[in-house]
Design a protein around this ligand. Structure first.
Ligand code: OSB
Ligand code: MG
Length: 373
């Protein structure tokens, strides 16, 4: 029985080794909301909220998520018993409109806790089958095409299986040409615009077809499913949606409208694992490819992304870089390491497979609150 006695919320602060710039904003460090759900017997499930510091990627931020979890979401689960984490997801969906990132932090912690109660790995509980998951790198916007080419070449040398480069108007064709030159003609290369373009840019985006990209991620605004469908009809390159897909229903809309051919599933963006696995199953039935995106997570969120990526239809490499790419020191033991361009799914360990380094987390905690019944 999934019984939750109380929840602990923490906001931690971690510096990124290097700033990460996308079309809509830049991150030098992360302020991250961590959620602990406690079982009366002492077992703990961990969740990490993927909301950023400012609303440049999504409407939610770490501050709105803190408010939503502390005031409305955690009170829906503390002092309660649930049959399954799916029931937790339903309870949150029933009572909270929007706030999918805040809901996901609690929902995913409940899956981790359920796996620990059942003494199974989170990956197995989710239906995972893969023992290793292929890793792609997401390269932020660079100052010059030559700098981007150097980063891309370095990523290939390190063994990454796919390189994704951020683009924006003014930093696109020339940059992608340089990246393609650096990785070679047959290497998996993709681009991510983070919604920086408009329908009037269709002719420009058509020029990207010459680079044989695996996909172009989120070219237009989050709500523009119809315009993405028109753009997809004009392009040979598959469109992948990220920001637009906030629920199973949005994924159904995308597929019905033909707004793209690939989905970037981030469990932390869609309300948690229940929706993420639902989107996975839908995509599998519909012939749409999926892969797991990243949000510069710590080792806690990365563990969740790795577990999800072990499901059978995650056929494309995910944005799942090892800990050392982001942090001087990650908050979990063991840290995530990459071998031959892949991370190992901890199928032989209980729960998400990592232990949180609590003394270190305490050192970097900016605020903490207990939510009890
Ligand atoms: O669009 O996928 C994105 C990071 C922050 C916000 C949005 C995105 C990203 C990434 C990073 O691409 C991927 C990673 O975690 O390595
Ligand atoms: Mg993206």
């Amino acid at each position: 029985m999934l019984e939750i006695s109380h929840a602990v919320l923490r906001e931690i602060r971690l510096s990124l080794k290097r700033p990460f710039q996308i079309s809509s904003g830049i991150a030098h460090h992360r302020r991250i909301l961590l959620v602990e759900l406690k079982h009366p017997d002492g077992l703990v499930g961990w969740g990490e909220c993927v909301a950023g510091e400012t609303p440049h990627y999504s409407p939610e931020t770490v501050d709105t998520a803190w408010l939503a979890v502390q005031r409305w979401i955690a009170p829906l689960v503390v002092g309660k018993r649930f049959d399954t984490p799916v029931a937790v997801s339903r309870a949150l969906e029933h009572a909270v409109r929007g706030h999918p990132m805040a809901r996901a932090a609690v929902e995913m912690a409940s899956w981790d806790l359920a796996a620990r109660i059942e003494q199974r790995s989170l990956a197995a509980l989710l239906g995972g089958v893969r023992e290793r998951v292929a890793t792609g790198i997401s390269l932020g916007l660079q100052e010059t095409p030559a700098e981007l080419a150097a980063c891309a070449a370095d990523a290939v040398t390190r063994g990454y299986r796919r390189v994704k480069v951020k683009i924006e108007p003014g930093r696109d064709i020339e940059y992608v040409a340089a990246a393609r030159g650096a990785v070679g003609p047959s290497f998996q290369l993709s681009v991510d615009a983070n919604a920086a373009y408009e329908p009037k840019d269709t002719e420009l985006l058509r020029q990207l077809d010459q680079f044989d990209l695996t996909m172009i991620e989120q070219p237009l605004e989050q709500g523009d499913l119809l315009r993405h469908a028109e753009l997809q009809r004009a392009l040979a390159t598959p469109i992948c949606l990220d920001e637009s897909i906030t629920s199973i229903a949005r994924a159904e809309d995308m597929i019905a409208l033909g707004s793209g051919r690939i989905i970037n599933i981030k469990p932390g963006r869609v309300g948690g694992f229940t929706a993420a696995t639902g989107i996975h199953d839908l995509a599998c039935r519909s012939g749409v490819d999926v892969w797991c995106g990243g949000m510069l997570e710590t080792g806690v969120g990365r563990a969740h992304n790795v577990a999800l990526s072990s499901l059978p239809h995650f056929t494309l490499p995910g944005d799942l870089s090892p800990s050392a790419r982001y942090w001087e020191r990650d908050i979990v033991r063991p840290e995530w390491t990459m071998v031959d361009g892949a991370l190992t799914v901890p199928l032989d360990r209980v729960g998400s497979g990592v232990d949180v380094d609590l003394p270190f987390v305490d050192d970097i905690t900016q605020r903490q609150e207990i939510v009890a019944p």
